[in-house]
Design a protein around this ligand. Sequence first.
Ligand code: DX5
Ligand code: ZN
Length: 212
Amino acid sequence: MTIIAPSLLSSDTFQLEKQLQEIKSAGANYLHVDVMDGHYVSNINFGPKYVKDLRPHTDLTLDCHVMAEQPEAIIDSLMEAGADIITFHPETTRHAYRLIEHIHEQGKKAGIAFDPSVAIAAYRDLLPLADQVLIMTVTPGFGGQKFIPDMLEKVQEVTELKAQNYYGYDIEVDGGINDKTGSQCKKSGANVLVAGSYVFAGSIKENIAQLK
Ligand code: DX5
Ligand code: ZN
Protein backbone atom coordinates (compact mmCIF):
# COMPACT_ATOMS: atom_id res chain seq x y z
CA MET A 1 0.00 0.00 0.00
CA THR A 2 1.27 3.46 -0.85
CA ILE A 3 1.07 6.03 1.93
CA ILE A 4 -0.05 9.45 0.68
CA ALA A 5 1.22 12.50 2.54
CA PRO A 6 -0.22 15.80 1.27
CA SER A 7 2.17 18.66 2.05
CA LEU A 8 0.34 21.45 3.88
CA LEU A 9 2.82 23.94 2.45
CA SER A 10 0.50 24.14 -0.57
CA SER A 11 -2.74 24.21 1.43
CA ASP A 12 -4.90 27.30 1.82
CA THR A 13 -4.63 28.32 5.49
CA PHE A 14 -8.05 29.95 5.42
CA GLN A 15 -9.72 26.88 3.88
CA LEU A 16 -7.81 24.40 5.99
CA GLU A 17 -10.74 22.76 7.81
CA LYS A 18 -12.46 22.00 4.49
CA GLN A 19 -9.24 20.85 2.85
CA LEU A 20 -8.48 18.55 5.80
CA GLN A 21 -11.85 16.88 5.33
CA GLU A 22 -11.22 16.43 1.61
CA ILE A 23 -7.76 14.97 2.29
CA LYS A 24 -9.15 12.54 4.84
CA SER A 25 -12.10 11.39 2.75
CA ALA A 26 -9.81 10.94 -0.28
CA GLY A 27 -7.91 8.35 1.76
CA ALA A 28 -4.65 10.14 2.51
CA ASN A 29 -2.69 8.76 5.46
CA TYR A 30 -0.29 11.46 6.64
CA LEU A 31 -0.24 15.23 6.80
CA HIS A 32 3.24 16.42 5.84
CA VAL A 33 4.22 19.51 7.82
CA ASP A 34 7.34 21.35 6.61
CA VAL A 35 9.19 23.12 9.41
CA MET A 36 11.75 25.61 8.07
CA ASP A 37 14.07 28.01 9.86
CA GLY A 38 15.13 30.55 7.23
CA HIS A 39 18.76 29.38 7.60
CA TYR A 40 19.09 25.81 6.44
CA VAL A 41 16.55 26.77 3.78
CA SER A 42 15.63 30.32 2.81
CA ASN A 43 11.99 30.05 3.78
CA ILE A 44 9.97 30.06 7.01
CA ASN A 45 6.56 28.62 7.70
CA PHE A 46 5.07 26.10 10.15
CA GLY A 47 6.27 25.53 13.71
CA PRO A 48 5.18 23.93 16.99
CA LYS A 49 2.22 26.32 17.43
CA TYR A 50 0.79 25.23 14.08
CA VAL A 51 1.24 21.53 14.94
CA LYS A 52 -0.44 22.07 18.31
CA ASP A 53 -3.40 23.85 16.69
CA LEU A 54 -3.67 21.23 13.96
CA ARG A 55 -3.55 18.19 16.27
CA PRO A 56 -7.18 18.25 17.54
CA HIS A 57 -8.49 18.71 14.00
CA THR A 58 -7.14 15.49 12.54
CA ASP A 59 -6.38 11.90 13.39
CA LEU A 60 -4.02 11.53 10.42
CA THR A 61 -0.35 10.94 11.17
CA LEU A 62 1.53 14.23 11.51
CA ASP A 63 4.70 13.80 9.49
CA CYS A 64 7.01 16.69 10.43
CA HIS A 65 9.84 17.41 8.02
CA VAL A 66 12.34 19.58 9.84
CA MET A 67 14.50 21.71 7.57
CA ALA A 68 16.45 23.59 10.23
CA GLU A 69 19.98 24.00 11.54
CA GLN A 70 20.35 22.44 14.99
CA PRO A 71 17.01 20.61 14.79
CA GLU A 72 17.46 19.47 18.40
CA ALA A 73 16.40 23.01 19.41
CA ILE A 74 12.88 22.60 17.99
CA ILE A 75 12.21 18.87 17.91
CA ASP A 76 11.06 18.57 21.54
CA SER A 77 8.44 21.30 21.04
CA LEU A 78 7.18 19.59 17.90
CA MET A 79 6.85 16.26 19.71
CA GLU A 80 5.05 17.89 22.64
CA ALA A 81 2.73 19.61 20.17
CA GLY A 82 1.65 16.23 18.79
CA ALA A 83 3.96 15.35 15.89
CA ASP A 84 4.07 11.59 15.18
CA ILE A 85 7.09 11.38 12.89
CA ILE A 86 10.10 13.68 13.08
CA THR A 87 12.34 13.66 10.02
CA PHE A 88 15.49 15.78 10.01
CA HIS A 89 18.49 16.32 7.72
CA PRO A 90 21.48 14.66 9.44
CA GLU A 91 24.02 17.24 8.22
CA THR A 92 22.21 19.90 10.28
CA THR A 93 23.20 18.36 13.61
CA ARG A 94 26.40 17.14 15.22
CA HIS A 95 24.99 13.99 16.80
CA ALA A 96 22.38 12.59 14.45
CA TYR A 97 22.54 9.09 15.93
CA ARG A 98 21.81 10.41 19.41
CA LEU A 99 18.98 12.56 18.08
CA ILE A 100 17.24 9.54 16.56
CA GLU A 101 17.56 7.75 19.90
CA HIS A 102 16.09 10.79 21.64
CA ILE A 103 13.08 10.86 19.29
CA HIS A 104 12.52 7.15 19.95
CA GLU A 105 12.71 7.70 23.70
CA GLN A 106 9.73 10.07 23.38
CA GLY A 107 7.77 7.28 21.66
CA LYS A 108 7.90 8.94 18.25
CA LYS A 109 9.11 7.76 14.86
CA ALA A 110 12.36 9.14 13.47
CA GLY A 111 13.22 9.83 9.86
CA ILE A 112 16.38 10.98 8.13
CA ALA A 113 16.20 13.18 5.06
CA PHE A 114 18.69 13.27 2.21
CA ASP A 115 19.19 16.53 0.35
CA PRO A 116 19.93 15.90 -3.36
CA SER A 117 23.61 16.75 -2.70
CA VAL A 118 24.06 14.35 0.22
CA ALA A 119 25.15 10.77 -0.49
CA ILE A 120 23.44 7.88 1.30
CA ALA A 121 26.91 6.54 2.14
CA ALA A 122 27.61 9.61 4.30
CA TYR A 123 24.91 8.53 6.77
CA ARG A 124 24.89 4.80 6.11
CA ASP A 125 25.23 4.03 9.84
CA LEU A 126 21.90 5.73 10.62
CA LEU A 127 19.88 3.45 8.35
CA PRO A 128 19.36 0.57 10.84
CA LEU A 129 17.79 3.03 13.32
CA ALA A 130 15.54 4.96 10.97
CA ASP A 131 11.78 4.45 10.76
CA GLN A 132 11.69 6.52 7.60
CA VAL A 133 14.22 7.55 4.95
CA LEU A 134 13.21 10.65 3.02
CA ILE A 135 14.78 11.13 -0.37
CA MET A 136 14.42 14.76 -1.44
CA THR A 137 13.58 14.87 -5.13
CA VAL A 138 14.07 18.67 -5.26
CA THR A 139 16.32 21.00 -3.29
CA PRO A 140 14.40 21.62 -0.04
CA GLY A 141 12.80 24.97 0.74
CA PHE A 142 9.91 25.56 -1.62
CA GLY A 143 6.91 23.84 -3.13
CA GLY A 144 6.24 23.69 -6.86
CA GLN A 145 9.75 22.79 -8.03
CA LYS A 146 10.66 20.33 -10.78
CA PHE A 147 11.36 16.69 -9.91
CA ILE A 148 15.04 15.66 -10.25
CA PRO A 149 15.00 12.30 -12.14
CA ASP A 150 18.54 11.36 -10.98
CA MET A 151 17.15 10.93 -7.46
CA LEU A 152 15.39 7.73 -8.58
CA GLU A 153 18.78 6.00 -8.30
CA LYS A 154 18.97 7.06 -4.66
CA VAL A 155 15.52 5.66 -4.04
CA GLN A 156 16.71 2.38 -5.57
CA GLU A 157 19.85 2.47 -3.45
CA VAL A 158 17.93 2.70 -0.16
CA THR A 159 15.45 0.10 -1.43
CA GLU A 160 18.28 -2.37 -2.07
CA LEU A 161 19.97 -1.64 1.27
CA LYS A 162 16.64 -2.21 3.00
CA ALA A 163 16.11 -5.58 1.30
CA GLN A 164 19.69 -6.78 1.79
CA ASN A 165 19.80 -5.90 5.48
CA TYR A 166 16.16 -6.41 6.49
CA TYR A 167 15.86 -2.79 7.60
CA GLY A 168 12.42 -1.57 8.64
CA TYR A 169 12.25 1.97 7.28
CA ASP A 170 9.62 3.41 4.99
CA ILE A 171 10.96 5.15 1.89
CA GLU A 172 9.47 8.60 1.40
CA VAL A 173 9.94 10.93 -1.55
CA ASP A 174 9.33 14.67 -1.44
CA GLY A 175 9.45 17.32 -4.15
CA GLY A 176 7.86 17.56 -7.59
CA ILE A 177 5.70 14.47 -7.00
CA ASN A 178 2.70 14.06 -9.31
CA ASP A 179 0.93 11.06 -10.90
CA LYS A 180 3.86 10.44 -13.29
CA THR A 181 6.87 11.01 -11.04
CA GLY A 182 5.02 9.35 -8.17
CA SER A 183 4.63 6.16 -10.15
CA GLN A 184 8.35 6.23 -11.12
CA CYS A 185 9.24 6.56 -7.44
CA LYS A 186 6.94 3.68 -6.50
CA LYS A 187 8.61 1.49 -9.13
CA SER A 188 11.98 2.38 -7.59
CA GLY A 189 10.77 1.30 -4.14
CA ALA A 190 9.22 4.38 -2.49
CA ASN A 191 6.13 3.67 -0.38
CA VAL A 192 5.40 7.17 1.01
CA LEU A 193 4.60 9.94 -1.48
CA VAL A 194 4.65 13.56 -0.30
CA ALA A 195 2.88 15.92 -2.68
CA GLY A 196 2.03 19.58 -2.26
CA SER A 197 1.30 21.61 -5.37
CA TYR A 198 -0.04 18.56 -7.22
CA VAL A 199 -2.56 17.65 -4.51
CA PHE A 200 -3.92 21.15 -3.94
CA ALA A 201 -4.36 22.21 -7.59
CA GLY A 202 -7.90 21.37 -8.68
CA SER A 203 -9.67 18.40 -7.11
CA ILE A 204 -7.91 17.12 -4.00
CA LYS A 205 -9.97 13.93 -4.22
CA GLU A 206 -9.00 13.14 -7.82
CA ASN A 207 -5.35 14.07 -7.32
CA ILE A 208 -5.00 11.79 -4.29
CA ALA A 209 -6.74 8.98 -6.19
CA GLN A 210 -4.20 9.41 -9.03
CA LEU A 211 -1.28 9.18 -6.62
CA LYS A 212 -2.66 6.02 -5.03
C1 DX5 B 1 10.00 21.31 -0.03
C2 DX5 B 1 9.12 20.59 0.94
C3 DX5 B 1 8.02 19.83 0.31
C4 DX5 B 1 7.07 20.65 -0.54
C5 DX5 B 1 6.80 19.81 -1.73
O1 DX5 B 1 11.15 21.68 0.60
O2 DX5 B 1 9.88 19.68 1.72
O3 DX5 B 1 7.30 19.05 1.27
O4 DX5 B 1 5.88 21.00 0.07
O5 DX5 B 1 6.04 20.54 -2.63
P1 DX5 B 1 5.74 20.05 -4.10
O6 DX5 B 1 5.00 18.73 -3.98
O7 DX5 B 1 4.92 21.14 -4.67
O8 DX5 B 1 7.06 19.86 -4.80
ZN1 ZN C 1 8.78 18.26 2.99
